[in-house]
Design a protein around this ligand. Structure first.
Ligand SMILES: CC(C)(COP(=O)(O)OP(=O)(O)OC[C@H]1O[C@@H](n2cnc3c(N)ncnc32)[C@H](O)[C@@H]1OP(=O)(O)O)[C@@H](O)C(=O)NCCC(=O)NCCS
Length: 202
């Protein structure tokens, strides 16, 4: 299988939606919101998420790397600037660990999602590499992630959207602090792409 990557954008939105339809109604909106949407029954919440996602993508405020397996959309890695993914700032454990603490040019990697039949083939890991390259091309900075360590959560793929510590260690991330008992805060610096370079490596 050959993997390729594209940015989520107005022109790839339909590929994202094809995979996201199996995701359970989030449309990867959760971390874009500062808090819960109140009062909506599940079905209309899903519709609201889809609509809001389309708007954010059109406005260039929602970023992800979509991975294609032999040309077919297989999954993604959502990333973005800290202010685009503010829900993280509402996590108690994140604040207990020191929070964003005015880190300049802070980026977040919040979600991986892979269509069932493409799982366990490295789609997430490929998406992560591509997201870091993309962050580098957008000026770099500090990138943080929140991978899952809890044994209970790691026994079920549904709870693994933050990825694993090993995925991030392989890309040079270091542990910063525990996030309660379920996850860890990891960070790495990404230097900006040198001028005139091709952007093929990170
Ligand atoms: C978690 C998920 C993104 C992994 O994607 P993937 O492409 O299969 O992952 P990869 O093949 O790149 O493997 C990445 C790592 O995850 C681990 N992993 C993958 N599936 C796993 C599972 N079911 N249980 C435990 N670990 C798993 C791999 O062993 C690898 O670990 P390592 O880095 O420690 O070696 C995928 O299973 C998924 O989309 N799960 C559903 C998430 C979900 O429904 N979330 C709720 C709504 S967002």
């Amino acid at each position: 299988v050959t993997f390729t990557a594209k940015e989520l954008s107005v022109s790839t939105l339909q590929d994202f939606e094809k995979v996201a339809a199996a995701q359970g109604g989030c449309w990867c909106m959760y971390y874009h919101r500062t808090g819960p949407v109140k009062g909506d029954p599940q079905a209309s919440r899903s519709e609201a998420n889809r609509r809001d996602k389309r708007k954010l993508v059109a406005d260039g405020r929602s970023h992800a790397i979509i991975v294609y397996a032999d040309g077919e959309p297989a999954g993604w890695c959502q990333y973005g600037r800290a202010d685009e993914l503010p829900r993280i700032d509402a996590r108690r454990t994140y604040n207990d660990a020191g929070g964003a603490n005015n880190v300049p040019r802070l980026w977040r990697i919040t979600c991986f999602f892979v269509a069932r039949r493409f799982r366990r083939q490295g789609v997430s890991s490929f998406a992560l590499k591509s997201a870091l390259r993309s962050i580098r091309n957008q000026g770099g900075g500090t990138v943080e992630s929140y991978p899952v360590v809890s044994k209970g959560m790691r026994s079920a793929p549904e709870w693994m959207w933050f990825g694993t510590p090993a995925m991030f260690e392989r890309e040079g991330f270091k542990m910063v602090a525990a996030l309660g008992t379920s996850g860890v805060l990891m960070r790495r610096r990404v230097r900006p792409q040198a001028q005139g370079a091709t952007g093929q490596t990170h």
